[in-house]
Design a protein around this ligand. Structure first.
Ligand SMILES: Cc1ncc(COP(=O)(O)O)c(C=O)c1O
Length: 445
């Protein structure tokens, strides 16, 4: 019985009284919670966070480059001078000064937004949640890239949306596949509520939608009366300093644009925003008020002070340099070490490379062996609502040092090699794949 006999008995009794189920509320949860399951690979990630493991899995922004002394004194001044406001409730739509500054931050994307149309949110993740909440009834269809951002997919699932994926290639979402998805969804008598896209430095695919395709996809959505949700947390983090033009810049009524300070400043403040057509904005604010009353005043004012008093553009530039060095380390290592038949994307900004292995390999099955070999990644299936992506994985280069990235890719290459040897020795079924980014490609070494 060990050291705590009473506690052990209580646990056993509780299990017995619920017919061995540990959750006695299991039959009371709303249907919408059924899709809310912990990732199968979550337990592995607790091992992956050990220092000896090179984690190419997490997408944590590398805030080691932030001037902590500057941020510290901004915060101390904020409390000293505006503490009564910073520690109080605020407006549901967000601080008016910050909303004006957000319009300035969006200018490089070509967006000429009005502060009245901005809703400040608790990260852009909350904006995704609010948009899904105000538009989706169970069974409604959302069109999304294949693969897509895992946080968006889990939000869509929690509102019981059906995600219809559309293929991408190295130039981003393929317009013909958008047309196909619209046609098949409409033919099945289903309602498309919006198209969700991450046009810049895609998470997880690393690709960027070309200007020509942006125009075509916008046109398709106009022709078919489909709302676009343009999720753009990485747009300012291009390695050549160029900021791609947002679709929202060319159609203010058709597009809800989401932005975030998580990657250009710091995720700990949890400040993002949605720029939406006026009527949608009204609903967003009502939905936000019913969930959090207002975004945190302290965080908003801290971001606002930072934008006003610090060279935030210079900071974004230094983030670009930091990520570029890491991107180069990863691409060099992949070119030198990956086996024939593997292919990967070459991001021009952001945090991620999408790696697809030769046919027959399964990245989820391989993950425990990779973690044992002290390297971690996210298996491709996490980024699909429909079980595809088993040959692919997301590799993040944002956080580890360039040396650790090279070492991580070296370990990964060894694991892949062993896996291929096993496959050659014992044979294996080919795993499911879809065309587009997950298709076998030429050796890029
Ligand atoms: C594509 C995308 N959208 C939204 C988010 C959410 O970011 P946040 O809530 O920190 O603004 C992330 C975070 O990684 C992301 O990659």
């Amino acid at each position: 019985m060990g050291q705590y006999p009473d506690a052990n008995r209580r646990i056993t009794d509780a299990a017995a009284s619920t017919g061995s189920r540990l959750d006695s509320y299991v039959d009371r949860y709303a249907t919408r919670t059924h899709g809310m399951t912990a990732s199968e690979v979550r337990s592995l990630f607790s091992v992956a966070s050990r220092p000896e493991v090179v984690s190419l899995a997490g997408g944590m922004p590398n805030i080691s480059g932030l001037p902590m002394d500057v941020v510290g004194s901004l915060i101390s001044n904020l409390i000293g001078k505006r503490g009564m406001t910073a520690l109080q409730y605020g407006s549901g739509q967000g601080d008016p000064t910050l909303r004006e500054q957000i319009c300035e931050v969006m200018k490089p994307t070509g967006i000429n937004g009005h502060p009245d149309d901005v809703t400040v949110t608790v990260g852009s993740q909350q904006a995704l949640d609010l948009i899904t909440r105000i538009f989706i009834d169970p069974g409604d269809v959302i069109l999304a890239e294949a693969p897509s951002y895992v946080g968006a997919l889990s939000t869509f699932r929690s509102y019981q949306a059906d995600v219809v994926h559309m293929e991408m290639d190295d130039d981003g979402l393929i317009p013909e596949r958008v047309l196909d998805a619209i046609a098949t969804t409409k033919a099945a008598g289903r309602r498309i509520k919006f198209l969700y896209t991450i046009p810049n430095y895609h998470n997880p695919a690393g690709v960027t939608l070309t200007a020509e395709r942006r125009a075509r996809i916008l046109r398709i959505c106009q022709d078919h009366d489909i709302l676009i949700v343009e999720d753009d947390p990485y747009g300012l983090l291009g390695f050549d300093g160029h900021v791609p033009r947002a679709m929202r810049a060319d159609d203010a009524e058709r597009v809800v644009y989401l932005g975030s300070f998580s990657k250009t400043f710091a995720p700990g403040f949890r400040v993002g925003w949605a720029l939406a057509p006026h009527a949608v904005r009204e609903k967003l604010v009502l939905a936000a008020e019913s969930s959090v009353l207002c975004p945190p005043a302290f965080s908003q004012l801290a971001v606002s002070e930072y934008l006003a008093a610090h060279d935030w553009r210079g900071q974004v530039k230094s983030f670009q340099e930091l990520y570029l060095e890491r991107r180069d380390a990863m691409l060099d290592a992949l070119s030198g070490l990956m086996p024939e038949g593997a292919r990967w994307t070459r991001p021009n900004g952001g945090f991620y490379v999408w790696l697809t292995l030769p046919p027959g390999l399964d990245t989820k099955a391989m993950l425990p062996r990779a973690v044992t070999s002290r390297v971690a990644y996210v298996p491709g299936t996490a980024f699909y609502a429909d079980g595809f992506g088993s040959r692919s994985m997301r590799l993040s280069y944002c956080y580890p040092t360039p040396e650790r990235i090279r070492e991580g890719v070296r370990r990964l290459a060894q694991v892949i090699e062993q896996e291929m040897e096993l496959r050659a020795a014992f044979g294996a079924e080919g795993t499911s794949r879809r065309p587009g980014l997950d298709a076998p490609g030429p050796d890029q070494s």
